[in-house]
Design a protein around this ligand. Structure first.
Ligand code: AMP
Length: 538
């Protein structure tokens, strides 16, 4: 017997209607290139989103056509997030930190017909646009504005999409092979938005009264869902424009009364350094939570924010293929009275899945491993906002199991309380004498050293042990440390055979286009092609 409930399609135009109805007067603020703040409202933003949908129709676009963006975080990009899918088209966010050759490949593979581009990024676009199928270039604050003002937003009609139609696409930042397109549906986007909106301890616990500033670039994995989340719950949004340096961000947090923000650890390490150097300079008393994800949040950073500045880090894990938020490490109620050190231990893990997301940990033979905090295997995931395939990609079957779970490529152990403990990306794992060494754990420990700003650990070939860890370390300004001192610092926390023989002191750890450690480049720097045995340096 079937239930007798409406077959209501989960599509993004319903978010526009909701925001207009209930949050019309709430603000969307953008930091402009000249650092002034531009203010608009959800009512105006929704009107412009509808105008954009109509404008794209007038350009002759058909349902399902891809519309690219090459933009920083601002209110026009927000309009694109809502307006493009609400016209029945597919928002394709291009990563402005990629090489023009990669952008040419991605825009061609996706079949983009239109691109919305920031004026400051036109020189980048010019380096690849001729090699793509893009027919229309809309420059923000220029031809984009002209097009929008030439149409009547009220001419927009809900295209009454099927919820399984594509809403947006994003290419993975994978360091091996060609980037692959993940194609989000209206349904997956709506359910992901509800998932992250769910209350503590599983979701983010943000509400209408919050002021959200997404530091995460809008070209990285759906901006972690913030444009949709904020529109659904009607919270004030602050977009930082191109100003992502710690000083500008702290300034924006204070001036706009930001209560919730999100970004990768490298951003927060920079912010923590500046706060430490200028205690009390910024009033961040309104800040409720800072979501850190994309790479492991170092425990020392989590503790540093809390103990020295009273600020709460919320740790999240996800992937482009998981929309991206899949888990958050918020404390379960039963640990709310636990001592601070225990709480930091939990927050430093990757947390428990959002509702509707399921996880398992399996070994190379496909055996499901116990959640004992020790057994290491590959994390597998399934749920309504997890990718079931890549767009137009042959030979992708190995990323999904026979029973349809996505293989994340993350090597994990599962804590008995169900918290994910990421040990490594499978390609970064260090296998020494047949045993695994976790680069993430060594990095975390090193970043707790007062002289260290950043640390990344990679595997280097070794004649006897197969592989050994090498630590690349960035010292804080004016600080010193030797390899021996750092080994001694690590010694109480690790088995002797985990300690790196080799430390390299570098000015900077190379980063990927979304701010993660680029370990492939470190390997190129420190593992010569003929791969000699490691030598201790200090
Ligand atoms: P991307 O698709 O570029 O967002 O990369 C996804 C990958 O980032 C995951 O598979 C993890 O390896 C890594 N990642 C994301 N969040 C975390 C986290 N909180 N801790 C450790 N690794 C993370």
């Amino acid at each position: 017997m079937n239930g007798l409930m409406m077959d209501y399609q989960l599509t993004l135009p319903s978010l526009l209607r909701r925001a207009e109805q209930y949050s019309g007067s709430k603000e969307i603020v953008t930091r402009l290139p000249d650092k002034s703040f531009y203010r608009t409202t959800y009512a105006e933003s929704c009107r412009r989103s509808r105008a954009l949908a109509v404008a794209l129709q007038t350009l002759g676009l058909q349902r399902g056509d891809r519309v690219a963006t090459l933009c920083w975080n601002h209110h026009q990009h927000h309009e694109a997030y809502l307006g493009i899918p609400s016209g029945g088209f597919v928002l394709h966010t291009l990563n402005l930190r990629l090489h023009p050759n990669d952008l040419a490949y991605i825009a061609t593979h996706a079949g983009d017909r239109v691109v919305i581009v920031d004026k400051s990024l036109v020189p980048l676009l010019e380096q690849f646009v001729d090699r793509t199928p893009i027919e229309h270039v809309l420059v923000v604050e220029d031809s984009y504005e002209e097009l929008l003002s030439s149409v009547d937003a009220d001419a927009w009609r809900d295209p009454e999409l099927d919820e399984n139609e594509a809403a947006a696409m994003c290419y993975t930042s994978g360091t091996t092979g060609r980037p692959k397109g993940v194609l989000y549906s209206h349904r997956s986007t709506m359910l992901h938005t509800l998932g992250v909106a769910a209350g503590n301890p599983m979701g983010l616990g943000v509400s209408e009264s919050d002021v959200i500033l997404p530091v995460v670039p809008m070209f990285h994995a759906n901006a972690w869902g913030y444009p949709y989340l904020a529109t659904m719950i009607g919270s004030k949004l602050v977009y930082p424009g191109p100003h992502l340096d710690p000083e500008s961000l702290l300034d924006a947090f204070e001036r706009e009364g930001v209560t919730w923000t999100a970004g990768v650890p490298t951003i927060w390490l920079g912010i923590l350094g500046l706060l430490d150097a200028n205690p009390g300079k910024w009033d961040l008393s309104k800040m409720k939570g800072m979501l850190v994800g994309g790479s492991a949040a170092p425990r020392a950073m989590i503790a540093g924010f809390k103990q020295r500045h009273g600020l709460n880090v919320v740790h999240g894990w996800g992937m482009t293929e998981t929309s991206p938020v899949a888990s958050t490490a918020q404390l379960p109620g039963e640990l709310s009275e636990a001592d601070e050190e225990t709480q930091f231990d939990y927050i430093a893990m990757q947390g428990r899945p959002l509702p509707l997301v399921e996880l398992r940990n399996r070994d190379a033979e496909g055996k499901t491993l116990p959640w004992d905090g020790e057994s290491m295997g590959e994390l597998e995931i399934r749920g309504p906002w997890i990718a079931a395939g890549y767009y137009d990609t042959p030979d992708q079957a190995e990323r999904w199991t026979e029973d349809g779970w996505f293989k994340t490529g993350d090597v994990v152990a599962m804590h008995p309380r169900g918290f994910i403990m990421i040990k490594d990306r499978s390609k970064d794992v260090i296998k020494s004498g047949g045993e695994w060494i976790s680069s993430v754990e060594l990095e975390n420990a090193l970043m707790a050293h007062p002289a260290i700003a950043e640390a990344a650990v990679i595997a280097v070939p070794d004649a006897k042990w197969d592989e050994r860890p090498l630590a690349a370390v960035v010292l804080r300004e004016g600080q010193t440390a030797t390899a021996d001192e750092l080994r001694q610092f690590l010694a109480p926390s690790f088995a002797k055979w985990w300690l790196p023989e080799r430390f390299e002191f570098v000015a900077e750890i190379p980063k990927t286009s979304v701010g993660k450690f680029r370990k492939t480049e470190l390997r190129e720097m420190f593992v010569p092609a003929d791969a000699p045995s490691p030598v201790a340096t200090s």
